[in-house]
Design a protein around this ligand. Sequence first.
Ligand SMILES: [Zn+2]
Ligand SMILES: [Zn+2]
Length: 352
Amino acid sequence: MPTFDIVVVGSGGGPDETNLSAYLLKPHEAAWDDGILALEAGSAQGALAELLRRDPLLFKSHNDPTSRTYSASEIYSFVRCFLITHPHLDHISGLVLSAGSFTGPRKRIYAIKETLNDLESVFSDRIWPNLASWSEDDEEYKLLYSLLLTDNKYKTIFPDVSVRTILLNHGRNETGQYGSVAFFIRHDVHGREFLFFGDVEPDSVAAQPLTITVWRAAAPKIPQTLSAIFIECSWPSGRSDDMLFGHLSPEHLVDELVALAVEVVNFRRGEQSGVRARPVRKKRKRNPVSHSELVGALDGLRVFVMHCKDDLSSVSDKSMRDIIVSQVRALVEEKKLGADIIAVKQGMHIGI
Ligand SMILES: [Zn+2]
Ligand SMILES: [Zn+2]
């Protein structure tokens, strides 16, 4: 029985503006009209309207025999909050463009301070009308800025759902390292969670590694408590490190999955020797993990690959997404890590 239902409104990483990062989420046992959590909002009502034209039963619940259909506007009226990893346009443009026509209760935008500040410069009565405020009492503003801290704690953001936010690298800008975040999203009743990455630069390229923090937090939970990871792979194989622009390629994604597998093996070694898991400190000595120990380390884990950048100059039937995902799958199979690699496609209904 799944814990969450997810509908993929958009899963691309640009330049196709009709298919940008946007995921609608609800606890499996709840109905869509009980409330929806929107994870990223690159695409929104326009993309969803098109998906609903093609598949009017996209939001059909397995436990709902009535097969109710909804309009895109109705679905977004059920959204209680948006969870945004970083303010690049391909993650917020749907939220901005749709904001004026949102109906239903006031919606929170959850993000770290830097992201909310950048959104404020958009909702400024210059780039876009000001439709958001920081005050709980401003009912006339459709959106409410709500701060997420990277304090390692889970914060309740939705009935029975809480989130832990961890900072990531996403390239550099004039102020230095540019940040994005990963979210651990937990169903507080079932205790199960999944991991959702914003755009991310590989640790091997970044000035200061940060992804490893996410892997260390995830490792003890795999696969019983945490069996699904959504992560980007923007580029195809063979792209040079100086052309990554803060994103992953298949080689780097698989390096990151190996880093996770190493943490999983180390955690299980500690369990077997009866040592209670403690946060790993920098200087603690550990025996290196061999290739053979990594075999099957990620059994039971599903890795959903998203944010592949489209190649709109190609006339081939095979999408860039399918090329990238098959490259990732081949590398993971070569290392026998055990993880199942799945392409995230617009219009998918995913149970996790
Ligand atoms: Zn992006
Ligand atoms: Zn980005």
